[in-house]
Design a protein around this ligand. Structure first.
Ligand SMILES: [Zn+2]
Length: 103
């Protein structure tokens, strides 16, 4: 994912509307690219700051963004594990059924 694509995804990321494959690439990119991280920070401030303007002092942008990125990566990882787990379960069940059929 390049900078242009990443910055196009910022809005979707903040709305939690990226599919998990794209979300993973997005997080990986902003973590390695200062320019996009900066862009994300600004967008985050704009979207969050507006709705919480009254206590804007309470917003720890860096920390909240980092938590958001971590959460996204964790979710992506879990979903991948779940997918792998389901596949294993399915092939296990299949072999039990097949073995059971011949026994
Ligand atoms: Zn970038």
């Amino acid at each position: 994912m390049d900078c242009k694509e990443t910055q196009r995804c910022i809005h979707l990321f903040l709305k939690d509307e990226l599919d998990w494959d794209t979300a993973q690439k997005f997080v990986e990119h902003v973590r390695s690219c200062n320019e996009c991280m900066e862009e994300l920070t600004i967008e985050y401030l704009l979207s969050e700051g507006m709705s919480r303007l009254e206590n804007a002092d309470d917003i720890d942008v860096q920390k909240e963004l980092e938590e958001m990125l971590n959460r996204t990566m964790l979710r992506v990882k879990r979903r991948k594990q779940l997918k792998a787990g389901l596949f294993m379960l399915a092939s296990m069940l299949l072999s039990i059924i097949l073995l059971g059929g011949t026994g």
